[in-house]
Design a protein around this ligand. Structure first.
Ligand SMILES: [Zn+2]
Length: 65
């Protein structure tokens, strides 16, 4: 069982770095393979918004930019 259709996953990319995404089925999220952000999937629809994404642990306290 997949969160979203495979064809959809193939065309999606992280809005930050355009990297491909990986499904995290138990978390119902899509993981960016580059920056590690996790995008929620709501009712089968991936929410590809940077504001909605979860940052990976250890990067949240980063200073600058
Ligand atoms: Zn990314």
């Amino acid at each position: 069982m997949s969160l979203i259709r495979k064809e959809l996953l193939e065309i999606l990319a992280c809005p930050v770095d355009k990297a491909p995404l990986k499904e995290l089925e138990n978390e119902k999220k899509l993981l960016c393979t580059a920056c590690g952000r996790k995008y929620p999937v709501k009712e089968g629809i991936p929410v590809m918004l940077v504001d909605e994404a979860e940052l990976p642990e250890g990067k949240e306290g980063k200073k600058g930019s």
